[in-house]
Design a protein around this ligand. Structure first.
Ligand code: NAD
Length: 320
């Protein structure tokens, strides 16, 4: 079965479009022939991420905080709500901003979609599963989340955003879809954003020790950004309401990831174990049966190939 991408869009609004995932989404949508309005406050995104798009016909950049509104001039037929700090370093630095992007920002993005009769896609996260008691996680699992822990500003904002999206669909008839993204990596991640892949790559290329938290046996499943973007657009094109997991089920321990980055960079860095953050999940792996069955979507880029591409991008100096 091929990935479900038959539907095309006239005008897509991407909130958070100057961020890591959002900028790849904007590029893919432009490539498909859609006009794209990127709404971003640059709180964690970078102008460089969308600089190559500024000259492209149909691309508009609006600088705005979505907690105050999503100001666009032309009605969209697709709204992708991606505005939110996403790395732990960012959301711990911006706790209230994160909660407002997930709550007020989601409300404004939903209102925009509803008013225009547009399809709405919420970027939710595997973090809604918290420190999961079942592995892998399928969409029926309700999660194991600490509502007052340090990560709660992100987890609970996304859980609220999912509830608000569901309420909007039920009470207003808005055409909504919730995608639960698992860890995604690739070019345009910031070397200092605190997430494992950019941290390890930056450290390996600088010849510094790779800092693995705890004993390194905690796992993550890493999805290359092109696969994630393809999954998001397949979910948008399909009438599916979700939630639907989008992630790569290839689970890897953080220690093995560090070793792989050292091997692929040819670095002589060592591994240094540091303290593990509070409430850091022990395992994280998506069950993607739903995405496979409904969307015909499967990740295609394995960890080695995705890391090679990411390392090449960091080596090019574009990360600075
Ligand atoms: P990112 O930090 O690179 O991008 C987020 C973007 O949103 C940035 O450009 C930032 O400036 C913008 N933004 C934040 N708050 C805003 C606000 N109030 N108003 C306007 N713009 C705002 O993060 P990312 O990794 O690209 O994540 C994008 C989305 O995908 C987020 O919603 C995140 O929760 C979700 N997600 C990402 C991953 C991942 O592994 N990257 C995993 C799960 C979910």
């Amino acid at each position: 079965m091929s990935t479900h991408t038959s539907r095309t869009w006239q005008h897509a609004v991407v909130t958070g479009g100057a961020g890591f995932v959002g900028s790849h989404l904007c590029a893919a949508l432009l490539e498909s022939g859609a006009a794209v309005t990127c709404v971003d406050d640059f709180s964690t995104g970078r102008p460089e991420n969308v600089a190559p798009l500024l000259d492209r016909p149909g691309f508009t950049l609006v600088r705005a905080d979505v907690a105050a509104g999503v100001p666009v001039e032309r009605p969209p037929d697709l709204v992708l709500h991606f505005a939110s700090p996403a790395s732990p370093a960012d959301y711990l630095r911006l706790p209230l901003h994160t909660m407002e992007a997930g709550s007020l920002g989601t409300r404004h993005a939903l209102q925009l979609a509803h008013g225009a009769g547009a399809r709405f896609v919420l970027a939710s996260t595997s973090e809604v599963y918290g420190d999961p008691q079942q592995n892998p996680q399928d969409e029926r699992y309700w999660g194991h989340v600490n509502p007052v822990g340090p990560r709660s500003v992100y987890d609970e904002a996304k859980r609220f955003a999912e509830a608000l999206t569901t309420a909007h669909a039920d009470s207003e008839g808005t055409d909504t879809c919730i995608v639960r993204l698992f860890n995604t990596y690739g070019p345009r991640m910031r070397g200092h954003d605190g997430r494992a892949v950019p941290t390890f790559v930056r450290q390996a290329l600088a010849g510094e020790p790779l800092t693995v938290t705890g004993d390194g046996r905690q796992t993550r499943s890493l999805c290359y950004v092109d696969d994630t973007v393809r999954g998001i657009l397949a979910a948008a094109a399909h009438g599916l309401r979700g939630p639907v997991n989008i992630g790569n089920p290839g689970e890897i321990t953080m220690l093995d990831l560090a070793r792989l980055v050292i091997e692929l960079t040819g670095s002589d860095s060592e591994i240094r174990f540091i303290e593990r953050p509070t409430d850091d999940p022990a395992v994280r792996c998506p069950d993607i049966t739903l995405a496979r069955d409904k969307l015909g979507w499967d990740p295609q880029v394995d960890a080695e190939e995705g890391l090679r591409r990411t390392i090449a991008w960091f080596r090019s100096g574009a990360a600075h």
